[in-house]
Design a binder for this molecule. Sequence first.
Ligand code: FAD
Length: 406
Amino acid sequence: MAINTYDIIISGGGAAGFFSAINIAEKHPGTNILILEKSTKCLDKVRISGGGRCNVTHACWEPKELIKFYPRGSKELLGPFHKFMCGDMLAWLDAQGIETNIEEDGRIFPSSNSSQTIIDCFMGQAQKHKITICLSEGMKDFERRDGQFKIQTSQNRTLISDQLIIATGGTKSIWKLLEAKGLKIIPPVPSLFTFNIKHPLLEGLPGVSIPSGRVRIEGFKMETTGPILITHWGLSGPGILKLSSWAARFLNERQYDYSVFINWVDLPKGRVSEILSTRKKEKGNQNILLDRTFSIPKRLWKKMILHLGLEHKNWADITKKEMDRLETLLCHCRFEAKGKSTNKDEFVTSGGIELKEINFKNMQSKTIDQLYFAGEVLNIDALTGGFNFQAAWTTAWIISEEIFNY
Ligand SMILES: Cc1cc2nc3c(=O)[nH]c(=O)nc-3n(C[C@H](O)[C@H](O)[C@H](O)COP(=O)(O)OP(=O)(O)OC[C@H]3O[C@@H](n4cnc5c(N)ncnc54)[C@H](O)[C@@H]3O)c2cc1C
C-alpha cells in the first residue's frame, strides 16, 4: 500500500478548501498541499451557487454590521471579520483580474454573471501553485500520532501530513467521525427554506411579490421585514427566508408545524386603522375593490377584498366589523404552515462543529493540535446574500495566515 506524505492535507475541495489551499500556497511558496475531494468534481456548490451566478459576497464594510447577518456564528466571527471581510474578498478577486458588480440589494456577483469565472480562477491558482488535487477520494478516518496526521482515504490509501484542514461542508459522515474523536457537534437542521402554506387567500397568486412585509412566527421572539413572494407552495422571498434562518432550530423542534403572521403593508395596526378611516371619510362613494389603498400589488388587494366578500361595497358602506377584518387581514394575517420547501437559489444547513471547540484566532481545534476547520463544517450559517461564502472565505483565509505560526 502506497504512503504519501504532505505538509498539509485539506479534506474537501469546496469553497473553503480551495480558498485556504490557494492562500497558504501564495503566502508559503513550496508548501506541499493536497486537496482530497470525495466527489468527481471540485467546487460543485460554487458552480450552482446564486442560480449559477455565484453571489460571492455582500456590500457590507463594517464587521459589526456584517455579523448581524449570521444567526449562528456572529459573536465568533467578529474578530476574524476584522482581519478579512467582504472588501478584502473583493480586493482579492480584483488582484486575480475578476471584476465584480454590486447589485441594488448589496449582493455581489462576478461581472461575467457566471460562477465559472470563480471556478476557473480557483482552478488556475491551484495549478499555478502546484496544489495536488485527488478527486473521487474522500477522507474516511484520521488519527494524530507523533506530531503527524495519518489519514485513511476511500481509495484505501494512507496519507501522512503535518497539518490537516477539514473543509467538508455539511457532510454528516465527517461530523460523526469528529464526534467519535471527542468534538461536540450541534445536530444539523435545514435553514433558508420557504414556508409551505395552503390558504385560499394565496390561491391564484403565485409570482406576486410584496415589496416590504413584516413576518412573525407564533412563539418565536423575533420578526423580520423584507420582500415577500407568493409561490405555488406558500410564501418565500427575503422576508421569509431570513426568518427561516433565525428560527431554523425553533421550527425544527416544532416539526415545521407552526402559525405565521404577515403584515403585508409593514405598518403598525394603529396607522393602518387611521389610513382606512381617512379613506372611508374621503372616498366614501368609491368601490373598495377598485380603490387600492396601500402599496401592495393590485392582485393581492383584490384577493383580500374578495376574500372578505366586500367587492360590491363602497367605502362608506363598510361596517366597523368589516373594517376590523380588513385591518386584521392587512397587518395581522394568520396562516398555518406545515412542512418546508427548499429555497433553490441558496440553502444551507444550520449545525456543525460547536464553535467553543475552535480557537477563532487561527481556526484550530482546541483539543487536537494542527487540526483546522473552515466553512460550513462549523456551526456557522447566514442569511442569503453572499454571507455564507464570506464565512467560508474568512475562515479559510485566517487559516492561511496562522497555519505556520505555532
Ligand atoms: C444551491 C445553493 C446555492 C448557494 N448559493 C450561494 C450564494 O450564492 N452565496 C453564498 O454565499 N452562499 C451560497 N450557498 C451556500 C454556499 O454554497 C456554502 O455556504 C459554501 O459552499 C460552503 O463552502 P464549504 O467549502 O464549507 O462547503 P462545500 O462547498 O459544501 O464543500 C465541501 C466539499 O467537501 C467535499 N467532501 C465532503 N466530505 C468529504 C470527505 N469525507 N472527504 C473529502 N471531501 C469531502 C464535498 O464533496 C464538497 O466538495 C449556496 C448553497 C446552495 C446549496
